[in-house]
Design a protein around this ligand. Structure first.
Ligand code: NI
Length: 443
């Protein structure tokens, strides 16, 4: 790491946020300081007394009325499903998938994925999201959009099916890893077996072996529905935790278990490992009638939990503000205990925990040397009257919304600022998305 002060005792930075209200998932209270950024990283945080040491090419004035949060990580989604939003609303899950979603997904071409991803990325960066975990098809398009726009993405090709075809798909997943993993300091690649009910234990073992060979992570749907748990127990004659260990999934470098609603509560300790993260998707779990994940129990047992929106067809928003609020309210309401899932925990789940699970290091906290990924929040509005350094986290989680985001930065570059998208042609994306939707739904 480059030293933060030069020989004259001065910090030379690309940009400094002046008088920023800084908060992240590790801080018990907000602090007001100047945050200097250089070469995509946080050079240092300066107190008021030290601020004269900064020489910056550019300044952003927060005036103690704008908060600097770590950018949010939407850790489990299928972003291009923005083109499928609203299809088969409020149908039973099986009908929703078989009659409404799968037929349209069968018609998705790479250019649809590109447009749907651009549309979803526009929504996410305008809400302060700087990192997303995506499982879908034609993932080269997703990687291209992410690198063009400049947003972090941990991506995987959804792997599904039986032996001969599955091997081809696994090869494709490995090709993606070889081609994109680590690209531009923005992309990580995982292998993405879809779920234990669409990929047999034998094939899961094969994927886990491949992941260990590459030192790649795995992203999989796990125990989303009660039906899925009984399928594992009754059809496969396995225990869902044992299955993670028997297939070797639990031993890959990073295992992302999406949803995780139906874990046996008495065995949560067994997934409290540094290389395993559950991605909680509270809105999707409720909208699809999947149930309540025992997240506060998971946290108590030391399980790493991140947050996600799932796809726009089952949420229908790609909005981490909503997920933080919903996650916290669900735990308090379900267990009849308002002390559960504190706003600080929700903030950490929505930022640092997701970035770590997706394989990004030094991302998701506001500390010296960490990546300059921020959501800038305007506190100068009616819903924030009364905030102070001690209560800001609860104002963010319970009173705040994505409308409060006035800037989003990744690796020190603005990807959204005051309603503008410097790296995305928003009007064109809107036009293309309307046309793509018409085309996809015309039978
Ligand atoms: Ni999903």
């Amino acid at each position: 790491m480059t030293p933060s002060l030069n020989e004259q005792g001065l910090a030379e930075a690309d940009l400094v946020f002046r008088d920023a209200v800084v908060l992240d998932g590790a801080r018990d209270r907000a602090e007001i300081c100047d945050v200097a950024v250089t070469q995509g990283r946080i050079l240092r945080l300066f107190s008021r007394e030290e601020r004269s040491k900064i020489r910056a090419k550019d300044e952003y004035f927060c005036r103690e009325r704008k908060a600097l949060l770590p950018g949010f990580a939407n850790s489990h989604t299928h972003v291009a499903m923005t083109l499928l939003r609203g299809l088969g609303e409020e149908s039973p899950l099986k009908d929703w998938l078989e009659k409404h979603i799968w037929p349209v997904e069968g018609r998705l071409k790479p250019r649809h994925i590109r447009i749907g991803t651009q549309l979803g990325v526009a929504e996410m960066i305008s809400g302060g999201i700087t990192c997303f975990g995506d499982m879908y098809f034609h993932m080269d398009e997703v990687a291209r959009v992410a690198t063009e726009v400049g947003i972090r993405c941990g991506l995987c090709q959804g792997l599904i099916g039986n032996a001969p075809l599955f091997s081809l798909k696994l090869k494709e997943g490995i090709r993606l890893y070889d081609h994109w993993h680590g690209k531009n300091d923005l992309i990580t690649v995982q292998l993405g077996p879809h779920a234990p009910y669409t990929v047999s234990p034998k094939l899961l073992t094969q994927v886990a072996g491949a992941a260990r060979g590459l030192n790649a992570g795995i992203h999989i749907h796990w125990l989303e529905t009660e039906w899925e748990r009984s399928y594992i127990e009754q059809e496969l004659k396995k225990d869902p935790i044992d299955l993670l260990y028997e297939t070797g999934l639990a031993d890959v470098t990073s295992l992302i278990l999406a949803h995780g609603v139906w874990f046996p509560e008495n065995r949560l300790k067994e997934i409290a490992k540094d290389n395993i993260a559950v991605v909680h998707n509270p809105s999707s779990n409720m909208k699809l009638g999947s149930g309540f994940a025992p997240v506060s129990q998971m946290l108590k047992e030391g399980v790493h939990v991140a947050l996600g929106s799932d796809g726009a067809a089952s949420n229908n928003r790609l909005d981490m503000w909503l997920e933080m609020r919903t996650a916290s309210l669900m735990q308090k309401g379900y267990y009849k205990d308002p002390t559960l899932m504190k706003s600080k925990d929700a903030l950490k789940m929505a930022s640092y925990a997701g970035c770590k699970a997706l394989g990004f290091s030094n991302v998701g906290m506001i500390e010296e040397g960490w990546k300059a990924d921020f959501a800038v929040i305007n506190l100068d509005n009616a819903r924030y009257i009364g905030w102070n350094k001690d209560n800001l986290a609860s104002f963010i989680v319970f009173s705040g919304s994505s409308r409060d985001v006035c800037g989003t930065m990744v690796n020190g570059k603005w990807v959204y600022k005051d309603g503008e998208f410097p790296s995305l042609d928003y009007e064109k994306v809107m036009y293309d998305a309307k046309e793509a939707r018409k085309e996809l739904l015309a039978i």
